[in-house]
Ligand binder design. Structure first.
Ligand code: SAH
Length: 453
Protein backbone atom coordinates (compact mmCIF):
# COMPACT_ATOMS: atom_id res chain seq x y z
CA UNK A 1 0.00 0.00 0.00
CA UNK A 2 1.14 3.53 -0.78
CA UNK A 3 1.26 5.92 2.15
CA UNK A 4 0.45 9.52 1.25
CA UNK A 5 0.52 12.84 3.03
CA UNK A 6 -2.74 13.54 4.90
CA UNK A 7 -3.62 9.82 5.21
CA UNK A 8 -4.95 8.96 8.66
CA UNK A 9 -4.14 5.73 10.50
CA UNK A 10 -4.73 4.22 13.91
CA UNK A 11 -1.90 2.08 15.28
CA UNK A 12 0.01 1.27 18.50
CA UNK A 13 3.21 3.19 19.30
CA UNK A 14 5.98 0.66 19.83
CA UNK A 15 9.17 2.57 20.48
CA UNK A 16 10.73 5.96 21.23
CA UNK A 17 13.22 7.45 18.78
CA UNK A 18 16.49 8.92 20.00
CA UNK A 19 14.96 12.43 19.89
CA UNK A 20 11.94 11.37 21.96
CA UNK A 21 9.33 10.91 19.19
CA UNK A 22 7.00 7.91 19.30
CA UNK A 23 7.59 5.29 16.61
CA UNK A 24 4.93 3.05 15.15
CA UNK A 25 3.95 1.29 11.94
CA UNK A 26 1.20 2.52 9.63
CA UNK A 27 0.50 -0.55 7.49
CA UNK A 28 4.09 -1.71 7.97
CA UNK A 29 5.56 1.71 7.18
CA UNK A 30 7.64 3.33 9.98
CA UNK A 31 6.26 6.66 11.20
CA UNK A 32 7.74 9.08 13.76
CA UNK A 33 5.18 11.01 15.78
CA UNK A 34 6.05 13.85 18.16
CA UNK A 35 4.34 13.60 21.57
CA UNK A 36 3.30 9.96 21.09
CA UNK A 37 4.66 7.44 23.60
CA UNK A 38 5.30 3.70 23.50
CA UNK A 39 2.14 1.95 24.67
CA UNK A 40 -0.23 4.59 23.24
CA UNK A 41 -2.84 3.56 20.72
CA UNK A 42 -2.83 6.63 18.51
CA UNK A 43 -4.71 8.18 15.62
CA UNK A 44 -2.12 9.76 13.41
CA UNK A 45 -2.17 11.99 10.34
CA UNK A 46 0.78 11.53 7.98
CA UNK A 47 2.49 14.89 7.40
CA UNK A 48 5.64 13.92 5.52
CA UNK A 49 6.65 10.81 3.57
CA UNK A 50 10.27 9.83 2.90
CA UNK A 51 11.56 6.71 1.13
CA UNK A 52 11.67 4.35 4.09
CA UNK A 53 9.90 6.27 6.85
CA UNK A 54 7.54 9.17 7.46
CA UNK A 55 6.39 11.70 10.01
CA UNK A 56 2.93 11.92 11.53
CA UNK A 57 0.96 14.31 13.68
CA UNK A 58 -0.70 12.95 16.79
CA UNK A 59 -4.45 13.57 16.33
CA UNK A 60 -5.80 11.59 19.24
CA UNK A 61 -4.70 9.09 21.86
CA UNK A 62 -7.32 6.34 21.86
CA UNK A 63 -5.71 4.34 24.67
CA UNK A 64 -2.95 6.07 26.65
CA UNK A 65 0.29 4.28 27.44
CA UNK A 66 0.50 2.92 31.01
CA UNK A 67 3.75 4.94 31.25
CA UNK A 68 2.02 8.21 30.38
CA UNK A 69 1.89 10.86 33.13
CA UNK A 70 0.70 14.47 33.27
CA UNK A 71 3.73 16.73 32.75
CA UNK A 72 4.50 19.01 35.69
CA UNK A 73 5.26 21.90 33.36
CA UNK A 74 2.40 23.40 31.33
CA UNK A 75 4.85 24.25 28.52
CA UNK A 76 6.34 20.73 28.38
CA UNK A 77 4.87 19.94 24.95
CA UNK A 78 6.02 23.09 23.17
CA UNK A 79 9.29 23.86 24.97
CA UNK A 80 12.41 22.36 23.45
CA UNK A 81 14.04 21.86 26.85
CA UNK A 82 12.22 18.70 27.93
CA UNK A 83 11.23 16.08 25.35
CA UNK A 84 9.82 13.28 27.53
CA UNK A 85 8.12 14.85 30.56
CA UNK A 86 4.94 12.94 29.65
CA UNK A 87 6.79 9.65 30.22
CA UNK A 88 6.94 8.39 33.82
CA UNK A 89 10.38 8.72 35.35
CA UNK A 90 11.01 4.94 35.68
CA UNK A 91 10.07 4.57 31.99
CA UNK A 92 12.47 7.42 31.08
CA UNK A 93 15.28 5.54 32.80
CA UNK A 94 14.40 2.30 31.00
CA UNK A 95 14.37 4.19 27.68
CA UNK A 96 17.80 5.70 28.30
CA UNK A 97 19.37 2.41 29.33
CA UNK A 98 17.93 0.68 26.27
CA UNK A 99 19.12 3.48 23.99
CA UNK A 100 22.69 3.06 25.25
CA UNK A 101 22.61 -0.74 25.13
CA UNK A 102 21.19 -0.73 21.57
CA UNK A 103 23.78 1.73 20.27
CA UNK A 104 26.68 -0.11 21.88
CA UNK A 105 25.62 -3.44 20.43
CA UNK A 106 24.29 -2.29 17.02
CA UNK A 107 26.64 0.58 16.16
CA UNK A 108 29.61 -0.32 18.38
CA UNK A 109 29.24 -4.07 17.71
CA UNK A 110 30.30 -4.61 21.32
CA UNK A 111 29.65 -7.83 23.17
CA UNK A 112 30.35 -9.19 26.62
CA UNK A 113 30.15 -5.91 28.55
CA UNK A 114 28.32 -5.63 31.85
CA UNK A 115 25.51 -3.08 31.96
CA UNK A 116 25.07 -1.77 35.51
CA UNK A 117 21.61 -0.51 36.55
CA UNK A 118 21.05 3.11 35.47
CA UNK A 119 21.49 5.67 38.26
CA UNK A 120 18.42 7.92 38.36
CA UNK A 121 17.48 10.80 40.66
CA UNK A 122 15.35 10.40 43.78
CA UNK A 123 13.71 13.74 43.02
CA UNK A 124 14.12 14.53 39.31
CA UNK A 125 12.96 18.19 39.42
CA UNK A 126 14.62 21.62 39.80
CA UNK A 127 18.00 20.00 39.34
CA UNK A 128 19.77 22.29 36.82
CA UNK A 129 22.34 24.75 38.15
CA UNK A 130 22.69 26.55 34.82
CA UNK A 131 20.36 28.18 32.27
CA UNK A 132 20.95 30.12 29.07
CA UNK A 133 17.78 32.05 28.31
CA UNK A 134 17.39 33.58 24.85
CA UNK A 135 15.99 37.13 24.92
CA UNK A 136 13.79 38.49 22.12
CA UNK A 137 10.78 40.57 21.19
CA UNK A 138 7.33 38.99 20.84
CA UNK A 139 4.76 39.72 18.10
CA UNK A 140 3.28 42.62 20.04
CA UNK A 141 6.69 44.21 20.47
CA UNK A 142 7.24 43.28 24.13
CA UNK A 143 10.49 41.93 25.48
CA UNK A 144 10.41 38.21 26.11
CA UNK A 145 12.77 35.55 27.39
CA UNK A 146 12.58 31.84 28.09
CA UNK A 147 13.52 28.78 26.10
CA UNK A 148 13.45 27.90 22.42
CA UNK A 149 10.53 25.81 21.20
CA UNK A 150 11.53 22.38 19.90
CA UNK A 151 13.56 22.54 16.64
CA UNK A 152 13.00 26.30 16.22
CA UNK A 153 14.29 29.59 17.58
CA UNK A 154 10.91 30.96 18.57
CA UNK A 155 11.03 31.84 22.25
CA UNK A 156 8.59 30.32 24.71
CA UNK A 157 8.34 32.64 27.70
CA UNK A 158 9.06 30.72 30.89
CA UNK A 159 8.51 32.20 34.31
CA UNK A 160 8.76 28.92 36.18
CA UNK A 161 10.87 26.08 34.84
CA UNK A 162 10.40 22.75 36.64
CA UNK A 163 13.95 21.53 36.03
CA UNK A 164 15.76 24.77 36.81
CA UNK A 165 17.19 25.70 40.22
CA UNK A 166 14.62 27.83 42.04
CA UNK A 167 17.42 30.09 43.26
CA UNK A 168 17.79 31.78 39.89
CA UNK A 169 14.07 32.31 39.23
CA UNK A 170 14.09 36.04 40.03
CA UNK A 171 16.90 36.86 37.63
CA UNK A 172 15.08 36.83 34.30
CA UNK A 173 12.21 39.16 35.35
CA UNK A 174 14.80 41.51 36.91
CA UNK A 175 16.84 41.64 33.69
CA UNK A 176 13.74 42.19 31.51
CA UNK A 177 12.54 45.00 33.82
CA UNK A 178 15.99 46.61 33.65
CA UNK A 179 15.88 46.43 29.83
CA UNK A 180 12.38 47.96 29.74
CA UNK A 181 13.32 50.78 32.12
CA UNK A 182 16.42 51.68 30.19
CA UNK A 183 15.03 51.12 26.67
CA UNK A 184 17.55 48.40 25.99
CA UNK A 185 16.71 46.26 22.96
CA UNK A 186 16.70 42.51 22.56
CA UNK A 187 18.81 40.96 19.84
CA UNK A 188 17.02 39.92 16.66
CA UNK A 189 18.63 36.96 14.90
CA UNK A 190 17.12 37.82 11.52
CA UNK A 191 18.40 41.40 11.28
CA UNK A 192 21.45 40.98 13.53
CA UNK A 193 20.33 44.13 15.41
CA UNK A 194 19.51 44.70 19.06
CA UNK A 195 21.65 44.25 22.14
CA UNK A 196 20.80 41.52 24.64
CA UNK A 197 21.10 38.00 23.21
CA UNK A 198 21.08 35.61 26.17
CA UNK A 199 21.05 35.63 29.94
CA UNK A 200 23.30 33.00 31.50
CA UNK A 201 22.55 32.07 35.10
CA UNK A 202 24.42 29.67 37.36
CA UNK A 203 23.87 28.69 40.98
CA UNK A 204 26.32 26.93 43.29
CA UNK A 205 24.34 23.98 44.67
CA UNK A 206 26.30 23.72 47.90
CA UNK A 207 27.28 27.38 48.33
CA UNK A 208 24.16 29.22 47.13
CA UNK A 209 26.38 31.59 45.13
CA UNK A 210 24.76 32.99 41.99
CA UNK A 211 26.20 34.23 38.71
CA UNK A 212 24.60 36.27 35.94
CA UNK A 213 26.28 36.91 32.59
CA UNK A 214 24.52 38.84 29.83
CA UNK A 215 25.56 37.94 26.30
CA UNK A 216 25.37 41.10 24.23
CA UNK A 217 25.64 42.06 20.59
CA UNK A 218 28.08 44.90 21.31
CA UNK A 219 31.19 45.81 23.27
CA UNK A 220 29.65 48.04 25.95
CA UNK A 221 26.86 47.45 28.43
CA UNK A 222 24.70 50.54 28.99
CA UNK A 223 22.97 51.33 32.31
CA UNK A 224 25.21 48.84 34.08
CA UNK A 225 24.89 50.62 37.45
CA UNK A 226 21.13 50.07 37.37
CA UNK A 227 21.61 46.41 36.42
CA UNK A 228 24.06 45.87 39.27
CA UNK A 229 21.76 47.64 41.72
CA UNK A 230 18.84 45.39 40.66
CA UNK A 231 20.71 42.10 40.65
CA UNK A 232 22.44 42.73 43.99
CA UNK A 233 19.03 42.52 45.67
CA UNK A 234 18.87 38.81 44.76
CA UNK A 235 20.13 36.64 47.58
CA UNK A 236 23.38 34.81 46.80
CA UNK A 237 24.40 37.12 43.94
CA UNK A 238 28.17 36.79 43.65
CA UNK A 239 29.15 37.59 40.08
CA UNK A 240 27.68 39.89 37.42
CA UNK A 241 29.32 40.09 34.01
CA UNK A 242 28.74 40.42 30.30
CA UNK A 243 30.16 38.63 27.29
CA UNK A 244 30.32 40.45 23.93
CA UNK A 245 29.20 38.27 21.02
CA UNK A 246 28.66 40.21 17.79
CA UNK A 247 28.89 37.19 15.49
CA UNK A 248 25.83 36.03 13.50
CA UNK A 249 25.99 32.54 14.95
CA UNK A 250 24.13 30.02 17.11
CA UNK A 251 27.08 29.89 19.49
CA UNK A 252 25.73 31.45 22.66
CA UNK A 253 28.72 32.84 24.53
CA UNK A 254 31.30 35.29 23.20
CA UNK A 255 34.96 34.44 23.71
CA UNK A 256 35.61 36.93 26.51
CA UNK A 257 33.86 38.08 29.66
CA UNK A 258 33.96 41.36 31.59
CA UNK A 259 33.01 41.25 35.24
CA UNK A 260 31.08 44.37 36.25
CA UNK A 261 30.34 43.47 39.84
CA UNK A 262 31.62 40.92 42.38
CA UNK A 263 33.88 38.01 41.57
CA UNK A 264 34.70 36.76 38.06
CA UNK A 265 33.49 33.30 39.20
CA UNK A 266 31.24 31.48 41.62
CA UNK A 267 32.45 28.66 43.85
CA UNK A 268 30.75 25.29 44.28
CA UNK A 269 31.69 22.01 45.93
CA UNK A 270 31.77 18.43 44.71
CA UNK A 271 32.83 15.56 46.95
CA UNK A 272 34.81 17.70 49.41
CA UNK A 273 36.65 19.82 46.82
CA UNK A 274 35.83 23.45 46.07
CA UNK A 275 35.68 24.61 42.48
CA UNK A 276 35.74 28.10 41.02
CA UNK A 277 33.66 28.32 37.85
CA UNK A 278 33.79 31.26 35.44
CA UNK A 279 31.09 32.01 32.85
CA UNK A 280 32.97 30.49 29.91
CA UNK A 281 33.95 27.30 31.72
CA UNK A 282 32.06 24.05 31.39
CA UNK A 283 30.57 22.73 34.62
CA UNK A 284 28.21 19.75 34.92
CA UNK A 285 24.61 21.04 35.08
CA UNK A 286 23.21 18.49 37.55
CA UNK A 287 25.13 18.77 40.82
CA UNK A 288 23.33 15.88 42.56
CA UNK A 289 24.08 13.42 39.76
CA UNK A 290 27.59 14.77 39.15
CA UNK A 291 28.68 13.34 42.50
CA UNK A 292 27.38 9.93 41.41
CA UNK A 293 28.92 10.22 37.94
CA UNK A 294 32.35 11.10 39.32
CA UNK A 295 32.08 8.35 41.95
CA UNK A 296 31.41 5.84 39.15
CA UNK A 297 34.34 7.21 37.12
CA UNK A 298 36.62 6.99 40.16
CA UNK A 299 35.45 3.46 40.90
CA UNK A 300 36.15 2.41 37.28
CA UNK A 301 39.55 4.14 37.19
CA UNK A 302 40.49 2.68 40.59
CA UNK A 303 43.75 4.64 40.83
CA UNK A 304 46.57 3.61 43.15
CA UNK A 305 49.25 5.83 44.74
CA UNK A 306 51.77 5.08 41.96
CA UNK A 307 49.47 5.89 39.06
CA UNK A 308 49.83 8.69 36.53
CA UNK A 309 46.44 9.81 35.18
CA UNK A 310 45.66 11.91 32.10
CA UNK A 311 42.25 13.61 32.27
CA UNK A 312 41.37 14.74 28.75
CA UNK A 313 38.63 17.35 28.18
CA UNK A 314 39.10 18.27 31.85
CA UNK A 315 37.09 21.53 32.01
CA UNK A 316 37.85 23.26 35.32
CA UNK A 317 39.69 20.18 36.57
CA UNK A 318 36.80 18.63 38.48
CA UNK A 319 37.61 15.00 37.67
CA UNK A 320 41.38 15.60 37.75
CA UNK A 321 41.24 16.95 41.29
CA UNK A 322 38.72 14.29 42.35
CA UNK A 323 41.26 11.64 41.31
CA UNK A 324 44.46 13.46 42.27
CA UNK A 325 44.08 12.58 45.95
CA UNK A 326 44.34 8.87 45.12
CA UNK A 327 47.04 9.01 42.42
CA UNK A 328 50.71 9.93 42.04
CA UNK A 329 50.07 12.61 39.43
CA UNK A 330 47.27 13.95 37.24
CA UNK A 331 47.54 15.93 34.00
CA UNK A 332 44.47 17.69 32.64
CA UNK A 333 43.95 18.96 29.07
CA UNK A 334 41.24 21.40 28.01
CA UNK A 335 40.64 23.71 25.04
CA UNK A 336 39.13 26.72 26.87
CA UNK A 337 41.88 28.88 28.46
CA UNK A 338 39.54 30.36 31.12
CA UNK A 339 38.64 26.83 32.26
CA UNK A 340 42.34 25.98 32.64
CA UNK A 341 42.82 29.17 34.70
CA UNK A 342 39.99 27.89 36.93
CA UNK A 343 41.57 24.40 37.06
CA UNK A 344 44.95 25.72 38.25
CA UNK A 345 43.30 27.95 40.84
CA UNK A 346 41.10 25.03 41.92
CA UNK A 347 44.16 22.85 42.50
CA UNK A 348 45.62 25.65 44.65
CA UNK A 349 42.51 26.30 46.76
CA UNK A 350 42.22 22.57 47.47
CA UNK A 351 45.94 22.28 48.29
CA UNK A 352 46.43 19.74 45.53
CA UNK A 353 50.02 19.89 44.28
CA UNK A 354 50.19 16.79 42.07
CA UNK A 355 48.11 18.12 39.15
CA UNK A 356 49.21 19.96 36.00
CA UNK A 357 46.94 21.53 33.43
CA UNK A 358 47.50 22.22 29.73
CA UNK A 359 45.51 24.41 27.35
CA UNK A 360 44.90 22.98 23.89
CA UNK A 361 43.07 20.36 21.91
CA UNK A 362 43.37 16.93 23.51
CA UNK A 363 44.13 15.50 20.04
CA UNK A 364 47.13 17.87 19.74
CA UNK A 365 48.44 18.04 23.31
CA UNK A 366 48.50 14.31 24.11
CA UNK A 367 50.18 13.10 20.87
CA UNK A 368 52.76 15.86 21.12
CA UNK A 369 53.58 15.09 24.76
CA UNK A 370 53.78 11.39 23.92
CA UNK A 371 56.02 11.79 20.88
CA UNK A 372 58.30 14.58 22.14
CA UNK A 373 58.39 13.99 25.90
CA UNK A 374 57.63 10.25 25.93
CA UNK A 375 55.08 10.69 28.69
CA UNK A 376 53.15 7.66 29.86
CA UNK A 377 49.76 7.13 31.47
CA UNK A 378 48.56 4.32 33.73
CA UNK A 379 45.01 5.55 33.50
CA UNK A 380 43.35 7.83 30.93
CA UNK A 381 39.99 9.52 31.40
CA UNK A 382 38.18 11.12 28.45
CA UNK A 383 35.03 13.23 28.77
CA UNK A 384 34.50 14.77 25.32
CA UNK A 385 31.60 16.93 24.09
CA UNK A 386 28.83 15.30 22.02
CA UNK A 387 30.91 14.87 18.90
CA UNK A 388 33.14 12.40 20.75
CA UNK A 389 36.91 11.99 20.51
CA UNK A 390 39.05 12.96 17.55
CA UNK A 391 40.50 9.93 15.72
CA UNK A 392 44.06 11.23 16.31
CA UNK A 393 43.44 11.16 20.05
CA UNK A 394 42.06 7.62 20.00
CA UNK A 395 45.07 6.46 17.94
CA UNK A 396 47.43 8.03 20.46
CA UNK A 397 45.61 6.42 23.41
CA UNK A 398 45.85 3.04 21.66
CA UNK A 399 49.62 3.52 21.21
CA UNK A 400 50.12 4.66 24.80
CA UNK A 401 48.46 1.49 26.16
CA UNK A 402 47.24 2.72 29.55
CA UNK A 403 46.18 -0.05 31.94
CA UNK A 404 42.76 1.48 32.19
CA UNK A 405 40.63 3.84 30.16
CA UNK A 406 37.48 5.52 31.46
CA UNK A 407 35.23 7.03 28.80
CA UNK A 408 32.56 9.48 30.01
CA UNK A 409 30.12 10.38 27.26
CA UNK A 410 27.08 12.60 26.81
CA UNK A 411 26.22 11.06 23.41
CA UNK A 412 25.91 7.28 23.18
CA UNK A 413 26.09 7.33 19.35
CA UNK A 414 29.59 8.82 19.22
CA UNK A 415 30.52 6.72 22.27
CA UNK A 416 29.61 3.55 20.35
CA UNK A 417 31.65 4.71 17.34
CA UNK A 418 34.71 5.48 19.49
CA UNK A 419 34.47 2.28 21.55
CA UNK A 420 34.58 0.27 18.31
CA UNK A 421 37.87 1.99 17.39
CA UNK A 422 39.25 1.41 20.88
CA UNK A 423 38.30 -2.27 20.90
CA UNK A 424 39.88 -2.72 17.47
CA UNK A 425 42.98 -1.15 19.03
CA UNK A 426 43.12 -3.74 21.81
CA UNK A 427 40.96 -2.27 24.60
CA UNK A 428 38.03 -4.18 26.03
CA UNK A 429 34.87 -2.41 27.22
CA UNK A 430 34.01 -4.07 30.53
CA UNK A 431 31.43 -2.12 32.48
CA UNK A 432 28.83 0.41 31.34
CA UNK A 433 27.09 2.73 33.77
CA UNK A 434 24.35 5.13 32.66
CA UNK A 435 23.78 8.11 34.92
CA UNK A 436 20.69 10.25 34.40
CA UNK A 437 22.11 13.76 34.40
CA UNK A 438 19.21 15.22 32.39
CA UNK A 439 15.80 13.96 33.63
CA UNK A 440 12.87 14.69 31.25
CA UNK A 441 15.19 15.15 28.29
CA UNK A 442 16.29 12.37 25.94
CA UNK A 443 19.93 12.93 26.86
CA UNK A 444 21.92 10.41 28.84
CA UNK A 445 25.39 10.31 30.33
CA UNK A 446 27.36 7.06 30.18
CA UNK A 447 30.59 5.96 31.86
CA UNK A 448 32.47 3.00 30.41
CA UNK A 449 35.47 1.23 31.89
CA UNK A 450 37.90 -0.30 29.42
CA UNK A 451 40.89 -2.42 30.22
CA UNK A 452 44.09 -2.23 28.23
CA UNK A 453 45.89 -5.16 26.60
N1 SAH B 1 35.43 16.72 32.50
C1 SAH B 1 34.84 18.02 32.69
C2 SAH B 1 34.39 18.68 31.39
C3 SAH B 1 33.63 17.83 30.40
S1 SAH B 1 32.80 18.71 29.12
C4 SAH B 1 33.74 17.99 33.70
O1 SAH B 1 33.24 16.92 34.07
O2 SAH B 1 33.34 19.04 34.17
C5 SAH B 1 33.87 18.66 27.78
C6 SAH B 1 34.98 19.67 27.86
O3 SAH B 1 35.80 19.48 26.70
C7 SAH B 1 34.56 21.13 27.83
O4 SAH B 1 35.16 21.79 28.91
C8 SAH B 1 35.10 21.65 26.48
O5 SAH B 1 35.51 23.00 26.55
C9 SAH B 1 36.27 20.73 26.25
N2 SAH B 1 36.72 20.51 24.85
C10 SAH B 1 35.98 20.51 23.72
N3 SAH B 1 36.73 20.13 22.67
C11 SAH B 1 37.97 19.86 23.14
C12 SAH B 1 39.19 19.41 22.55
N4 SAH B 1 39.28 19.14 21.25
N5 SAH B 1 40.26 19.23 23.35
C13 SAH B 1 40.19 19.48 24.68
N6 SAH B 1 39.06 19.92 25.29
C14 SAH B 1 37.97 20.10 24.54
Amino acid sequence: MNIKKDDIFTFPIEDLSSDGSGVGKADGFTVFIKDALPGDLARVKIIKVKKTYGYGRLLEILTPSPDRVKPLCPAARSCGGCQIQALSYPAQLRFKEKKVRDLLTRVGKLTGFEMLPVIGMDDPWYYRNKAQYPVGTDRSGHLTAGFYAGRTHSIIPVDHCCIQSKHTEDILPAVLAWMDRNHISAYDEKSGRGLVRHVLTRAGFHTGQIMVCLVINGRKLPASEDLIHTLRQISGMTSVSFSPNTARTNVIMGDSVQTIWGEPFITDKIGGNSYQISPLSFYQVNPVQTEKLYAAALDFADPGPEDVIWDLYCGIGTISLFMARKAAHVCGVEIIPQAIDNARENAAINQITNADFFVGKAEDVLPEAYEKKHIHADIIVVDPPRKGCDKALLDCIIQMQPRKLVYISCDPATLARDLRILEDGGFKAEKVQCVDMFPHSVHVETVVSLSGK
